[in-house]
Ligand binder design. Structure first.
Ligand SMILES: *Cc1c(COP(=O)(O)O)cnc(C)c1O
Length: 361
């Protein structure tokens, strides 16, 4: 028997194809009314007043940081365990990244926050990795006490909720999402910033469009800005994807449960699905994750690795050690995941993982 199981399984179908074709036929190509409709529907789904679509999740973060006026020398606090994009989005503005160790659910350890805050700290960025909720009540409390803003990196948490039923990404001054290919809702590339305040919304819309609010008004050109615009072709795909989001969330949860049921003697990175967390991917711990990855590949099963912790990226110049992060850094393996993965394939993967674990324990 020969098969190949991809590590990420998401499909765009006929409806997405037709939506793009219709957008092009009606000359809706650049950012316009379809983008606006997509933004409105995303905001509604996430239960927030405003959403802005941008080219990708990294730029969603940069736009949020710019909205806070982050510039050279400012400090951004974030968990040491995150995709490097969370850091790069601020590095490009000249900010300094301060990393903090995580808890055993891979979210920022809020008890370490206060010692990391300095007079240069402008923002704390909790990251809800794989849909796992950071402790937002406590983080908001600390931020308020020190007069610091919160930008949430919810790039892996679209549709995920905390134990009180609140959408991740909707707590901070800004919440950022990615619509990249390996995310639960995709437009190929894409990103979203959500916010509650009308002034923030107006300012971010301005920054998204070179600072311009009126092309003919000279004082339109007086703030530092950029081109962070989205486009209607991708938004048309986003609308179709959004109409399937409940199914996608259900499928992700079912994948997780299937792995939980079938894996033997393997530790899974936990999600609180009872609380409303949606595990976008299924990750396991394996001391020799690279050997397991190699073995699975020889069986036609593709896996993926998480990116290294921030303190393992030399150019970020983070010198501290992070004992809890280190375990995640060294042992995680992403098993085949995604809303369009068939459960039978998960069974095949579990058989092989179990076999390997038995032989290599
Ligand atoms: C994917 C991701 C990003 C960046 O999103 P892109 O759309 O790839 O730019 C940022 N942070 C986290 C945690 C991510 O998973």
């Amino acid at each position: 028997m020969s098969y190949v199981i991809d590590w990420w399984n998401i499909s765009l179908g006929k409806e997405e194809q037709e939506a793009v074709a219709n957008a092009i036929k009606s000359r809706k190509i650049a950012q316009g009314s379809i983008t606006e409709e997509f933004e409105e529907k995303v905001a509604k789904f996430l239960n927030v007043p405003y959403a802005l679509a941008v080219p990708n999740g990294t730029q969603a973060l940069t736009l949020a940081y710019m909205g806070l006026g982050i510039e050279l020398g400012d400090e951004i606090i974030m968990p040491n365990r995150t995709f490097v994009a969370t850091a790069h989005a601020g590095v490009i503005l000249g900010a300094r990244i301060k990393a903090i160790d995580v808890k055993d659910n891979q979210t920022i350890n809020e008890e370490l926050l206060e010692t990391a805050i300095t007079c240069k700290t402008k923002v704390i960025v909790p990251v809800h990795l794989n849909g796992v909720a950071s402790n937002m009540d406590r983080i908001l409390e600390i931020a308020k006490k020190h007069n610091i803003e919160i930008v949430e990196d919810a790039c892996q948490a679209f549709g995920s909720k905390d134990s009180k039923g609140r959408n991740l990404g909707s707590f901070g001054r800004f919440g950022c999402f990615s619509l990249g290919l390996a995310k639960i809702l995709t437009t190929g590339q894409g990103g979203i910033v959500v916010m509650k305040d009308k002034n923030d919304y107006d300012r971010l819309r301005r920054i998204r469009n070179q600072g311009v609010f009126d092309v003919r008004s000279e004082n339109s050109y007086e703030i530092k800005a950029y081109n962070f615009k989205f486009n209607d072709m991708q938004a048309s795909v986003g609308l179709v994807q959004l109409s399937k989001i409940e199914e996608k969330m259900k499928a992700s949860i079912n994948n997780y449960k299937r792995y939980e049921e079938k894996l033997k003697g393997v530790k899974i990175l936990k999600s609180n699905i009872e609380n409303g967390e949606v595990p976008m991917r299924v990750l396991i711990f394996a001391k020799d994750n690279l050997a397991l990855r190699e073995y699975l590949l020889s069986k036609g099963i593709k896996t993926s690795l998480e990116s290294p912790s921030l303190n393992h990226c030399p150019h970020l110049n983070i010198k501290e050690e992070f004992p809890v992060s280190e375990v995640f850094n060294n042992e995680l393996l992403i098993l085949p995941s995604g809303p369009n993965l068939e459960l039978e394939k998960i069974d095949i993967v579990c058989n092989e993982v179990n076999k390997w674990v038995e032989e290599n324990a």
